[in-house]
Design a protein around this ligand. Structure first.
Ligand code: SAJ
Length: 427
């Protein structure tokens, strides 16, 4: 079977680059998104997200007629579903977040209307174990005239697979091509069809497994990273108490040939690592003790940093008895969820900065070289300033993200400020 027309449903951080990669290989690509603004932006050859190299690629794909966006699905040979899988609002601080599959359900119901015998539907969204089977069940509910793998196995009219995305924000275009793919078909034919689709642009290996293992593989990758970062964050708290430089400690421990500790920070952000472990925990709460604890350790870290800032304020006032708390200015360096990107999603740096601002006790400046405007919910309480203004006008500098611009500052630049460094850049 050859897949000439490919539809990508959900044109966000993963869907749009993926759609564009197919278009760059001269496949006819129909991008689907429920947001009219997104559809219009893409059809104008522009992009609504920031991702290196993507703007040029989308413009070319649209200009050459290979990529077109639309609000509702149209017939295609393969459908890739790349919609969000957030979690539902939690009832209280102690409850375990449950995944919200409503976007997958809506996408499946919409795609079902245009499905025909021989089509392939791939779920790319990071999903709890069982979501692909659930998606297939939703499709079958809508289309009793077609057969699906859960009832007809290899003979089914429709092929279904889970092929999780694994690309790193900021490097998506390169990683889409180079990374290996896990291909979890509901049957072997489903996997074979999926490999054919991905081999359009993927140069990495396409490794076959079943849908449930593919779902768990993606969750395992991000949970593994979360647990490793939690270890580093816990060490940073222990070392602070024992008056040991955690950065030096980790460098020393990592000299061992079989030790590779990650870096502590202000917490774990982004839409992936801080979310995906909950998909394992909510399914198997009694068994996921380490994964759950790691989430709690990483979630606690912003609060710990805030307490450190409060202690620094007290220290500053003790040393400057002529000043009151209202005279204190704090500069927060970095708002993004990780270095050298503009992405503020689930950012611990943003959480710390806005919590300090909400305390309303002193002036807060923020430096974020990758954005030109603050999010509206904090723009009244925080001033976005340059690096030099932040240093000159603040008493306490809090380093929250290790952006390259901040790494260039010398000890001399910061000699008049009290420093709290959550990334070990200025220490
Ligand atoms: N972080 C630390 N210390 C470290 C490394 C990271 O505190 O040593 C923090 C970062 O500052 C950030 C958070 O962790 O706040 C997550 O950043 P990240 O670079 O680890 O990961 P993401 O969220 O940008 O992308 C991850 C990747 N997963 C893995 O590396 C296992 C990516 O490959 C996935 O495709 C992506 O999640 C996803 O979409 O699931």
């Amino acid at each position: 079977m050859s897949f000439n027309t490919i539809s990508v449903v959900g044109l966000g951080y993963i869907g749009l680059p993926t759609a564009t990669m197919f278009a760059s290989k001269e496949k006819k690509v129909i991008g689907v998104d429920i947001n009219q603004h997104v559809v219009d932006t893409i059809n104008a050859g522009k992009i609504h997200i920031n991702e290196s190299e993507l703007d040029v690629m989308v413009k070319r794909a649209v200009d050459e007629g290979f990529l077109r966006a639309t609000i509702s699905p149209e017939p295609a040979d393969a459908f890739l579903i790349a919609v969000p899988t957030p979690f539902l609002p939690i009832k209280d601080q102690n409850s375990i977040p449950e995944p919200d599959l409503s976007y997958i359900k809506s996408a499946a119901k919409a795609v079902a209307r245009v499905l025909k015998k021989g089509d392939l539907v791939i779920l790319e969204s990071t999903s709890p174990v069982g979501a692909t089977e659930q998606m297939s069940a939703w499709l079958a509910e809508e289309r009793s005239d077609l057969s699906f793998p859960q009832t007809h196995g290899e003979d089914s009219d429709i092929r279904i697979a889970h092929c999780p995305e694994r690309v790193l924000p900021g490097h998506v275009v390169r990683e889409l091509v180079e990374n290996d793919r896990v291909i979890g078909g509901m049957t072997n034919k489903c996997s074979e069809a999926s490999i054919e689709v991905y081999k359009t642009f993927v140069e990495g290996d396409c490794v076959v497994t079943n849908a449930r293992t593919a779902e768990m593989a993606k969750l395992t990758e991000n949970s593994s990273r979360d647990v490793s970062i939690a270890f580093a964050n816990e060490l940073s708290i222990i070392c602070d108490k024992l008056d040991i430089d955690v950065w030096e400690l980790i460098n020393l421990a990592n000299l061992h040939p079989r030790v590779n500790i990650l870096q502590p920070g202000p917490g774990v952000g982004g839409h992936c690592i801080a979310v995906d472990p909950w998909f394992i925990i909510s399914k198997t709460p009694d068994e996921s003790r380490l994964i759950h604890t790691a989430r709690q350790v990483n979630n606690y870290k912003p609060q710990w940093v805030i307490e450190k800032v409060k202690l620094a304020m007290t220290e500053f006032l003790l040393e400057n008895q002529n000043k009151t708390i209202k005279d204190v200015t704090i500069a927060c360096f970095g708002l993004a969820f990780k270095p050298n990107i503009e992405d503020l999603r689930e950012s611990p740096a943003l959480e710390i900065t806005s919590t300090l601002a909400n305390l309303g006790i002193c002036k807060i400046l923020a430096v974020e070289p990758n954005i030109t405007e603050l999010p509206s919910f904090i723009s009244n309480s925080i001033e976005l300033v340059s690096i030099s203004k932040a240093i000159n006008e603040s008493d306490i500098c809090v380093l929250l993200v290790d952006h390259c611009e901040f790494k260039q500052l010398s000890e001399d630049d910061l000699k008049n400020n009290l420093i709290i460094d959550t990334k070990g850049v200025w220490i």
